[in-house]
Design a binder for this molecule. Sequence first.
Ligand SMILES: *Cc1c(COP(=O)(O)O)cnc(C)c1O
Length: 392
Amino acid sequence: MTLRTGRELLMTPGPTMIADSVLAAMHRPAIDVYAPGLAAITQSCIADLKPLFGTMSGEVYLYAANGHGAWEAALTNTLCRGDRILVLTSGLFAAGWGEMAATLGLQVDILPGSWRHAIDPEALAARLHADRDQAIRAILLVQVDTASGVLNDVAAIRRAIDAAGHPALLMVDVIASLGAHDVRMDEWGIDVAVAASQKALGMTPGLGIVAAGPRARTADADLRTFYWDWRFRDGPEHYKRWCGTAPEHLLFGLRQALDLIVAEGFDAVRRRHHLLAEAARCAITVWAQGGVLEFNVANPAERTDSVTVVLMPEGMSAPLLTFCRDICGVTLGGNIGACTNRGFRIGHMGQIDAPALLGTLAVIETGLRALGIPHGQGGTGTAVAALAKALR
Ligand SMILES: *Cc1c(COP(=O)(O)O)cnc(C)c1O
């Protein structure tokens, strides 16, 4: 017996669901790589990405790559072999960026954080004060850690750096926040922000996006390689802007994905993310009363609107994930890293709407009942009530 038909509901925290209009925009023949219209599309995408990054002074670079590619572009354009950097962890992804940095020949210090809490700006301040000769050249963190569900306070991190009078570059992975949360690159003094197409932007995987501020663009760097070197991409020539043939279809899709965001309005997009994330959190708060499910992130203020990470005892989530996918057609994210096999993730970023989110909650609740997993009663109803109140 199955209750699924047709297209699966992909509720993972990347890749995310892709609008039909985005898919349709990509379904066309290739065009001449020198066609003038192509350069105009690149330019317009960059122009529409800048306000999402919150930058007027920064430059945006697009790479045929994923988030890992954007990480490498950020590091190699700004740093020299042997430079010391400080990685602030709050889950999985900043640590992964740090591992990449180590293989590039950088000296990587870790400021250990917690899987369940945002980065503590005071711990950072203390670490920077201890760096008396100011050897640390860059500070790396993620705004939203997709593995832990933590939302870091980048403004508070910037204040800690300023209070310590430290000149390090601030590099922020906004891969899971760009398009879902406020990113204020100029205001928060972010020197490099990295993003990718397949998360809250609602595009297919395939594009790495880097925004670089003035300090990053003039930084002393000897790790540059031909493909990632953003100076090469600065000129007027479109072929060079992509370091070769533009990934035309990704560009057609990105243009349409950005059109959707522009048409909805970025404030409305963020509010939609927040309301739907709140609805998910309402349901989980109720289910948690059964004593089996719990939020990974303890403090509600540190929970992201992009993804909600739910913990369960070892082994209990696998049957639930299978039930949701195979019986009901909803694919949730499994937990990864320190939480592997212990719970699940609801991705709620990008092209996510009320029926997708409410349907997902109802399916999870159906699974909890069908599998006899203890849970507080009425979580989905509570989410409905919260949305109704917010929309009244
Ligand atoms: C998904 C993700 C990445 C990795 O992106 P890829 O496109 O898979 O390379 C890095 N950081 C964060 C916060 C992510 O969510």
